[in-house]
Design a protein around this ligand. Structure first.
Ligand code: TYD
Length: 135
């Protein structure tokens, strides 16, 4: 399965500074229903640690940097997000961890759904069973 896809956004900046535009269903593969952002996490913290049955996400470090580890229980990708012009698309049903946050990290998340805690899988063993990797 596709674990993730890097997205490069256009820089519409000029001599006044940078400008990055992200339009739902155009620059990213879904209509945006929800936006949240994570900041103030230090480099000891691991966030995420879940998979989503319904939600797709695009993560963008609009400031600072962090790492995202994505797995389906078999394959794995680790991506450093460190540019406001780059995002990572995460499809449904991938397991993700975010970590190594720089002190100035602001990690913007665009989601395809409204929040519903019931569509989260937070137990890695349960995830592996659902994915058929573990009995
Ligand atoms: P959590 O999913 O643990 O954050 P992360 O994946 O970034 O580590 O969410 C932390 C808390 O915030 C949890 O109680 C659920 C709540 N929350 C919402 O109410 N709405 C949201 O859109 C998100 C992402 C979290």
């Amino acid at each position: 399965m596709e674990l993730c896809r890097l997205l490069d956004f256009k820089d519409l900046g000029d001599e006044r500074g940078k400008l990055v535009v992200v339009e739902g269903a155009q620059d990213i593969p879904f209509e945006i229903k929800r936006v949240f952002y994570i900041y103030g996490s230090d480099n000891e913290v691991v966030r995420g640690k879940h998979a989503n049955k319904e939600s797709e996400f695009v993560l963008i470090n609009v400031a600072g940097k962090s790492k995202v580890r994505v797995t389906d229980g078999i394959g794995e990708h680790v991506v450093e997000l460190n540019r406001p012009m780059q995002g990572i698309y995460l499809p449904k049903m991938v397991w993700k961890d975010m970590y190594d946050f720089s002190p100035d990290s602001v990690l913007l998340a665009l989601a395809s759904t409204h929040y519903d805690g019931k569509e989260y899988i937070r137990d890695y063993d349960e995830y592996l069973k659902i994915m058929g990797v573990k009995k």
